[in-house]
Design a protein around this ligand. Structure first.
Ligand SMILES: Nc1ncnc2c1ncn2[C@@H]1O[C@H](COP(=O)(O)OP(=O)(O)OP(=O)(O)O)[C@@H](O)[C@H]1O
Length: 269
């Protein structure tokens, strides 16, 4: 694949297991941040990870994205057991992560941001300009395919709203043949309308067969967007539920470790 081509992977059948983490552990010095990190990611589904502050969510996704090297446990991507020592290794097996800082370069244009880190082979002289044209056109196609609401691929990122910036980061992560996209609190800083647009984009990627991982403190969002939810407490994955049939109070109870009180009978029952 050249730098200008955006590979469209063959979508895995919906529900196919793309990734399984079992019993991952990770310490930072004396702090054992992850004691039992379990997760499954499936094609065409959104998998949420919830938990209180410090529960170990970021550490778990850091192990999946190659940011952290786990100390123990097993990580399988497809049929392969993997062990990442850096983000490039995770990328090589199709795992991309959108961090809260988005890692965009404000002074560059949208299309240039979509190619960040992938401009090798751009060449010199006339060839360079030809390649730039092809890259820009491919970026426009990527943005169009995902209905990213940016004014133009030539817009500079510093002129975009928070939601548009998030959309560009998401489009970049979803391109390039990725199969799993991890989103760490993608709408934490966004207003209602921009949140809705980002959620639409997440659902569009889901319908294209990607496996999405959503770390979120927003339980309404989790119930709106996710198909499965994994709950973390004190470094452990303590529950896995389908969101269908699960309520907000159920999630609160799972996160806090409280039990859900049975609903009181209606007054005239
Ligand atoms: N670099 C680090 N050095 C030392 N301790 C850390 C480090 N990063 C995280 N921790 C600790 O590890 C534990 C898990 O943190 P982690 O960030 O994974 O939780 P989280 O669920 O993502 O929290 P939040 O929702 O607040 O982001 C916490 O006790 C945290 O203080």
């Amino acid at each position: 694949m050249t730098a200008t081509q955006h590979e469209t992977p063959t979508a895995a059948p919906e529900g196919e297991l793309l990734l399984r983490a079992s019993g991952l552990t990770k310490s930072y010095g004396q702090v054992q941040a992850l004691r039992q990190g379990d997760l499954e990611v499936r094609a065409g589904r959104v998998t949420a990870i919830i938990g209180d502050n410090g529960a170990g969510k970021s550490t778990l996704v850091g192990c999946l994205s190659g940011m952290h090297r786990s100390d123990g446990g097993e990580l399988r991507v497809g049929d392969e057991q993997v062990s990442f020592t850096g983000p490039q290794q995770a990328r090589a097996v199709g795992i991309e992560t959108v961090y809260q800082d988005l890692a965009l370069v404000d002074t560059l244009r949208v299309w240039q941001n979509l190619y960040l880190g992938r401009e090798d082979g751009v060449g010199r002289g006339p060839l360079r300009w030809l390649r730039r044209g092809a890259m820009r056109a491919e970026a426009a196609r990527m943005v169009g395919a995902l209905a990213v609401n940016v004014p133009s691929v030539d817009a500079r990122v510093n002129g975009l709203s928070g939601g548009q910036r998030q959309a560009v980061a998401l489009a970049r992560a979803a391109g390039w043949g990725s199969r799993i996209v991890i989103l760490d609190e993608p709408t934490a800083a966004l207003g209602v309308q921009e949140t809705a647009k980002v959620e639409e984009m997440i659902l569009r990627l889901r319908s294209q067969g990607l496996g999405l991982v959503l770390v979120s403190h927003n339980f309404d969002q989790v119930l709106r967007v996710a198909d499965d939810v994994f709950v973390m407490r004190s470094g452990r994955t303590v529950a896995h539920r389908a969101t269908a049939g699960t309520t907000g109070p159920d999630l609160v109870a799972l996160v806090t470790g409280a039990t859900v009180e049975p609903r009181p009978p209606a007054p005239d029952a």
